[in-house]
Design a protein around this ligand. Structure first.
Ligand SMILES: [Zn+2]
Length: 229
């Protein structure tokens, strides 16, 4: 799948000002990147740099001198991001990551339009209906004949390349994301864990992600949970 940059603009938010960049794949699906302190790189200039063009060495140096950017890869969650759902931790994770990136002054949110871990909004709500009957988040997907996790990350490389990023500090609890980026030539120098937005309604969901889906939540998660109330 190839991804094309479409347009960008300033986006003031309550966390601070971001640049918002829109990308599209050949099926017309849109993905979004919010950046702070990451100027767009002219790919022609990079190609010329590889030919040791002295006039462009300065740009190259400024790229290598900046701090390693803080990156969050966030898959769309309409219910969590927009409606403040307590069934998951997506909304608080997104807001915390936006705040952390603003505080650092160099980083990006890759907001990927793959709702419900890639199964889509309708199927996510079908899975919620099964969860209402007592099944956990993983079993609900499997009962619907859907994968536990259908997300892909092949858009991340082209999106990060747009702002000249190939080395990152990644905000995630998910080791699969670290492995995926590493396999695709992005150097993850640090995994920055994130535990926010835990509540009575999503504690079981988070425990399933930890115990059955390999997420690296703290061993003392259940204790942390009580502290977080
Ligand atoms: Zn969510």
């Amino acid at each position: 799948m190839s991804y094309k940059f479409i347009t960008s603009a300033k986006l003031p938010t309550r966390h601070g000002e971001f640049d918002i960049h829109i990308f599209e794949n050949q099926d017309g699906q849109e993905h979004v990147m919010l950046t702070v302190g990451l100027p767009v790189v002219n790919q022609d200039a990079i190609d010329m740099l590889n030919q040791h063009d002295a006039a462009l060495n300065q740009q190259h140096e400024s790229l290598s001198e900046r701090p390693v950017p803080l990156i969050r890869i966030h898959s769309e969650c309409l219910t969590g991001d927009a409606f403040s759902s307590l069934k998951c931790d997506c909304g608080p994770q997104l807001n915390t990551a936006m705040q952390a990136i603003q505080e650092m002054g160099c980083g990006a949110i890759l907001y990927l339009r793959q709702e419900g871990r890639g199964i889509g909004l309708t199927n996510k709500i079908r899975a919620y209906a099964l969860q209402d009957q007592g099944h956990d988040t993983l079993d609900a997907n499997l009962m619907l004949g859907l994968p536990a996790d259908a997300r892909v990350y092949d858009m991340c490389g082209p999106m990060l390349a747009h702002v000249g990023v190939d080395t990152v500090r990644l905000i995630t609890n998910n080791p699969n994301k670290v492995a995926y980026l590493t396999q695709h030539g992005i150097d993850v120098v640090e995994r920055v864990p994130l535990l926010v937005g835990v509540n009575d309604m999503n504690a079981e969901y988070l425990a399933t992600k930890r115990d059955r889906m390999g997420h690296l939540l703290d061993k003392d998660f259940n204790t942390a949970l009580h502290l977080n109330k």
